[in-house]
Design a protein around this ligand. Sequence first.
Ligand SMILES: Cc1ncc(COP(=O)(O)O)c(C=O)c1O
Length: 407
Amino acid sequence: MKKSYPLSGFSSVALHAGHSQDPMFAHITPIYASSTFVYDNAEQGMRRFSGEEEGYIYSRWGNPNFTEVEKKISALETLGITDATGNPLEVKALLHSSGMAALSTLMFGNLKTGDKVLTHFSLYGGLEELISKILPPLGIEPIIVDLRDLNKAEAAIKENTGIKLMYLETPANPTLQCIDLDALTKLAKNHNLLTAVDNTFATPYLQQPFRYAVDYVFHSTTKFLNGHGTAIGGILIGKDIDKMNGSITKTYRLLGGNSNPFDAFLLNQGIKTLELRMERHCFNAQQVAHFLETHKAVAKVNYNGLTSHNDYAIAKKQMKHAGAMMSFELKNGKQGGIDFMNKLNLCIRTVSLGTAETILSHPASMTHYCVPKEEREKYGITDGLIRMSVGLENIQDILNDLEQALN
Ligand SMILES: Cc1ncc(COP(=O)(O)O)c(C=O)c1O
């Protein structure tokens, strides 16, 4: 059965894009648990290795389960976007074993000694450590400024010759700060910088960075794309097809951060329901944010869908809804945070985010327990800060659990 009609709705694309008919007629693509792929004869092997003939060789280089996901996420990230000639935008994606592996390919595939990376101070901690601990000994320097201030961003570019890449995470951990994609990517292009955007919190359903002058989109697929907390993964999607097929693929293959067929299979199944899940996630999150905002035990709520959030207007401009992530500060500081976490019944105490279940973490007693208070407060991680990924449960059950844990 050949499917050749255009798909215009997000869920249709999420369900069908990337799928090809299995040779054994299985409805769902089976798990291709095979490290290598065979050739009919030596000549075919030669054609595969030379690139003359398309086909799989070795699963560190590529695998049918990876391809299905790579094509599906590419189709979602570019849905409705055209290139300069008016044709549908073409991109190329590479599926990795984790978000950090995909970020390593991005950094090592684009940067060399003497280059600098410009980024915002509120960032996922693992990336912050990668650019401040692993890259500097290799002669690659991070320039970290408040990119919500265009003047500061421009001044940093002018003061620091050698900036090669602007890296943006929006909305960002843990205060949900948003960066103006349109303004920042125009600035980056005026100065000939490459731009990469971490779209993990938003997903392509809420935000499509390729609508702006963005070169790379990145996801930790561990989160909303998988959606069920069953596999770690990461994807790097690039607009420069020749570069993606050339030096970036070379870096990917040699660093060895490839995914595996089982995780790719789980991810593929998860993405199919992304639209439905994000609608419910966002609806629930908006209710939770309103509930917390008026609760006497809560000092502050950071949620892009509240008019009280500093970046409400930017989020509204570039996102379909405000997302499922929020953080809030309890009035009773660190002990208040610990007591609150201990009282949760329904909601899950854990790190990570984007699962079907509601999950909460208390960075001061969990992920950032070993980080000095002054250090973590620079990133908005106060003693009583709770990070919440609002799940798909019945909203009243979530509110009831929060209410009993707060009182
Ligand atoms: C926004 C963001 N980017 C990147 C990562 C890294 O991804 P992974 O844990 O899949 O390596 C994470 C992980 O929490 C994240 O939240």
